[in-house]
Design a protein around this ligand. Structure first.
Ligand SMILES: Cc1cc2nc3c(=O)[nH]c(=O)nc-3n(C[C@H](O)[C@H](O)[C@H](O)COP(=O)(O)O)c2cc1C
Length: 336
């Protein structure tokens, strides 16, 4: 008999799909979700996901092999749809028999879903609207993650609580939906499971786990921060698009605002053309997450974090975090 019977009953379809003990995914986090954290999550009964990010096929090949050496449990790989070598990356996943590929960052390009399924793997997709979710699930997506704007990293405009109310009633009977964004405690997990989710995905809560290779200064910044410190980047000039990213406020975020003003002015003066101006904005954050996560540059790097960062207070082993989330969920369900 499990310690969490009510939670696991609600998670059973998610667990069957993932092949795990618990339907708790650790969302891919570039630079953070590598062999150590991913294998720790999977070894603890959750589902780890390697963040491929901008990796080359060779690097991904190495990372999958290294992760496999550290766990015999299932884990997935997150691929960004606009990666120029997406099809090669899919081949690498196929070569290693990766069971689940998560496609993030936009509508999957033609042929990508089919290629993943051709290797016998399951495809997990993201969708910002219900109409797109239905389309992706009809055209090969095996499961969906809905992610609200409370999350760390690149975000959409709608809160998790609203997405859950919009998507779950419409999809829960026929499809597998995981909820992400702003989850810090098990009571929230219980709520989304009761609404029809088959599992959840967390990032921020796991980023500073003992097994995470994030720099000690990156972790310290998380432990000190409260929900209101995790802010979404703002676009100042309608001509210069900024994809919103939620991260802890620091010198870099202030400089980004100044940079937008400066480039907008250059554009007004005709000193740069539109393409050059947009490139300067886009390039501002290049390498910034790596600077924060790996080098510990918490002033100028990007400290991507969700609003649940206020609930991250100390370094804890992954197994302890998962056990706590499950216990909180179970207690909430038992009180009903
Ligand atoms: C530091 C950090 C880096 C992230 N990098 C990625 C990424 O590379 N690809 C991706 O699909 N999501 C990325 N995310 C989003 C997570 O996978 C996850 O969906 C999100 O963190 C869940 O919301 P939460 O932060 O409120 O728990 C990142 C999140 C964080 C905090």
């Amino acid at each position: 008999m499990s310690d969490f019977p009510k939670t696991l009953r609600l998670m059973s379809r998610g667990c069957d799909f993932l092949g795990t003990e618990y339907a708790i995914l650790c969302g891919a986090m570039s630079w953070v979700s590598e062999r150590n954290l991913v294998s720790a999550i999977s070894n603890a009964g959750g589902f780890g996901v390697i963040a491929c990010g901008a990796m080359t096929p060779e690097l991904l090949d190495t990372e999958i092999a290294a992760t496999r050496a550290m766990t015999d449990k299932p884990f997935g790989v997150n691929l960004i749809t606009m990666h120029p070598q997406l099809m090669e990356l899919i081949e690498v996943c196929g070569k290693h028999g990766v069971g689940h590929v998560v496609l993030a960052g936009g509508i999957p390009p033609k042929g990508s879903v089919e290629a993943i399924k051709g290797h016998g793997a399951k495809v997990i997709v993201f969708a910002p609207t219900l109409a797109l979710a239905k389309k992706l699930l009809r055209s090969g997506g095996d499961a969906l993650v809905i992610e609200g704007m409370e999350a760390g990293g690149h975000i959409g405009p709608v809160a998790t609580s609203v997405l859950a109310q919009e998507f779950l009633p419409a999809l829960k009977d026929e499809h597998l939906v995981f909820v992400a964004g702003g989850i810090g405690r098990g009571e929230a997990i219980a709520g989304y499971l009761e609404m029809g989710a088959v599992g959840v995905q967390l990032g921020t809560r796991f980023a500073c786990a003992t097994e995470s290779i994030a720099h000690p200064d990156f972790k310290k910044a998380f432990f000190r921060a409260g929900a209101r410190d995790a802010v979404a980047s703002v676009q100042l000039d309608p001509r210069l698009p900024v994809i919103p990213v939620r991260a802890l406020k620091n010198k870099g975020t202030e400089e980004f605002t100044a940079k937008q003003r400066e480039v907008g002015l250059l554009l007004d003066q005709g000193s740069v053309d539109m393409a050059e101006a947009q490139l300067r904005i886009e390039h501002f954050w290049a390498g910034a997450l790596r600077r924060a996560v790996i080098d510990g540059d918490v002033e100028n790097g990007s400290l991507m974090a969700g609003q649940s960062v206020g609930m991250v207070k100390e370094e804890e082993p992954v197994a302890q975090i998962i056990a706590q989330l499950l216990a909180e969920s179970e207690e909430a369900l038992s009180r009903r």
